[in-house]
Design a protein around this ligand. Structure first.
Ligand code: B12
Ligand code: SF4
Length: 502
């Protein structure tokens, strides 16, 4: 197959929203997220002298609007970036595009996880498995020279007769400093949710050496022939260039949110990065870190360079669930120490948990609630476990008979467990935070009072006959009203919002 280079234009399509289940069915919740992969590929395409643009779909649009957007750009290549959550909508978009004479390629998580499914979608010409820098660069080079693209590594190509060339995945780009800096301005800052609070998302590293069973990294690492160098990070100097470019593109930015899976603390990277950041940037930031990689000295240093919040994976307070089912490899004490050090230095803490995990029940979630009460996070999240294909936990859920992969995925509860009913899982997700705050209060009581109130809370949590559907409906409605009020204040009275947040 050949790709024509007529207009030398590459248009990305990024469906960027979530679905919520409501009484009236699935309701899309608008998105607006920066996407490092698209910005990075766009920079590569630009260095090849092609025009590159983006159709950023933050809520579903109609066929006519979508096609007219594509026609406006008149690209040679349309590249879809597809997460699993929006696969059905993306499939529809690709079908609509099929009547235009364009080369259509899909990449990102869903095509990588489900290549055999996606390559069969109507309208698809090719899919890209895993990282896309080298494949995209090679497609453009071959389009420019009018040659066949059939042998490009990481790319599967579907011929008109339906036959598929399945090329194996090519090695990772080992040195991230060799990539051009991402083309941040492919996104309109005002379209991004983070921009409401004048924040920018930043991704300086790729990969993670751990093997948590619910995470995509394990599968992603296994894709590549050079998996030994899966964990990569830009050099501190290159990171500063990257951040400076973000600041130049979005001068409004006041804070950063580093979305890296983790930062390398095991060599001098952090020492050098922190010096450079302090000297050349100095803006407040939040980041995601693994508790076992932190020492009190590192946390102190993070505070010095204006870290005001850390997102931690706590995941479960139950030892068996955390370390055997999730393979977190982390003791309770490690978490307690990291949170205590953050409190000491005045860094806000955010705890990520998951409820409704395979082999869970109300008792194991209670352990999670109680651990969070001891950690005293500034904020915490309790989403319901979602079986992401490719993760070890997905296989565990299937093998245990808790999840039927033939059934369509739902955005809320997908597992069926005899000891943990769906409404209890939803209850756990919706009420854990309230119980954490109650336990926090009770843990401060003296001796006997503490024991009495703690036992009472235990009984309340474990009581099996609550009208769970009614309680779940009540809290959801309450939160929706609160959320609407928050967005209203954020968009209309930003200073008041900041004041209240403080
Ligand atoms: C940063 C991040 C975020 C950020 C930014 C989101 C974004 N759109 O990138 C925020 C916090 C907003 C976020 C939110 C969510 N995220 Co998130 N996030 C990540 C994280 C940690 C890193 C992603 C990243 O920047 N990687 C680096 C870039 C360079 O890689 P990349 O995006 O994969 O792009 C490369 C390839 O995929 C490919 N490619 C991508 N697009 C295309 C298109 C074409 C045409 C081609 C050829 C190639 C190609 O080339 C790119 C360059 O190499 C990953 C976990 C991980 N380690 O990957 C999870 C991850 C992507 N998130 C995930 C999820 C589920 C979510 C949420 C749905 C969570 C929620 N319930 O709200 C939301 C969805 C919001 C959204 N619209 O994306 C899942 C996706 C699973 C799946 N199967 O779809 C992941 C994998 C985490 C996990 N569960 O393991 N997330
Ligand atoms: S530490 Fe985080 S990013 Fe790394 S494998 Fe575990 S969950 Fe994934």
């Amino acid at each position: 197959m050949k790709v024509k280079a007529r207009t030398k234009t590459f248009t990305f399509v990024y469906p960027d929203f979530e679905y919520n289940i409501t009484k009236k069915g699935m309701k899309p919740e608008p998105g607006g997220w920066y996407h490092e992969g698209i910005a990075q590929l766009a920079a590569i395409i630009e260095t090849k002298g092609w025009k590159v643009n983006l159709i950023h779909i933050r809520k579903p649009i109609k066929k006519e609007e979508f096609l007219s957007n594509i026609n406006k750009h008149n690209p040679d290549i349309v590249g879809f970036s597809i997460r699993t959550g929006v696969r059905e909508y993306a499939k529809k978009l690709i079908k609509w595009s099929s009547r235009l004479d364009k080369f259509i390629i899909a990449g990102s998580y869903h095509p990588t996880l489900w290549p055999d499914e996606v390559i069969q979608w109507d309208g698809i010409d090719a899919i890209c498995l895993g990282e896309g820098e080298k494949p995209v660069e090679q497609i453009i080079d071959l389009a420019n020279s009018g040659k066949e693209i059939d042998k490009i590594g990481s790319v599967w190509i579907k011929e008109k007769n339906g036959s598929v060339h399945k090329n194996s995945v090519q090695p990772l780009t080992e040195n991230l400093d060799n990539l051009p800096l991402p083309k941040f301005d492919i996104f309109h800052f005002k379209n991004l949710i983070a921009s409401q609070i004048k924040a920018a998302i930043i991704v300086l590293t790729r990969g993670c050496p751990y093997n948590c069973t619910y995470c995509w990294n394990n599968f992603a690492r296994s894709l590549y022939p050079n998996k030994h160098c899966y964990v990569r990070y830009r050099s501190p100097k290159n990171c500063i260039k990257y951040i400076k470019k973000v600041q130049k593109t979005y001068p409004e930015v006041m804070t950063f949110r580093f979305q890296d899976d983790l930062w390398p603390f095991y060599n001098d990277w952090f020492e050098n990065f922190s010096k450079e950041y302090e000297k050349n940037v100095g803006l407040p930031f939040e980041c995601h870190l693994r508790a076992n990689l932190l020492t009190e000295d590192i946390i102190k240093r993070l505070k010095e360079i204006k870290c005001f919040g850390i997102y931690f994976g706590v995941e479960s307070g139950n030892e068996y669930i955390r370390n055997t089912i999730l393979k977190r490899n982390m003791t309770e004490q490690v978490l307690l120490d990291a949170f205590a050090a953050c409190h000491k230095f005045g860094i806000r803490t955010h705890a990520y948990n998951i409820v409704g995990l395979p082999h869970e029940n109300m008792k194991t979630v209670l352990d999670t609630v109680k651990l969070n009460a001891k950690l005293k996070p500034t904020d915490m999240f309790f989403p319901v476990f979602f079986p992401y294909a490719g993760s070890e936990l997905y296989d565990i859920a299937v093998e245990s008979g808790y999840f039927d992969p033939q059934k369509p995925l739902k955005p809320d509860v997908n597992v069926e467990m005899p000891d943990f009913k769906k409404n209890q899982i939803k209850f756990s997700s919706l009420y854990s935070k309230t119980f954490v705050r109650l336990y926090q209060l009770v843990l401060g009581f003296p001796g006997i009072f503490r024991r009495v109130f703690e036992s009472t809370l235990d009984l309340l949590w474990l009581f099996p006959y609550w009208p769970f559907p009614v309680l779940n409906w009540y809290i959801k409605t309450k939160r929706k009203v609160e959320e609407k009020l928050k967005v209203f204040i954020k968009t209309r009275f930003f200073s008041l919002y900041l004041l209240l947040k403080k």
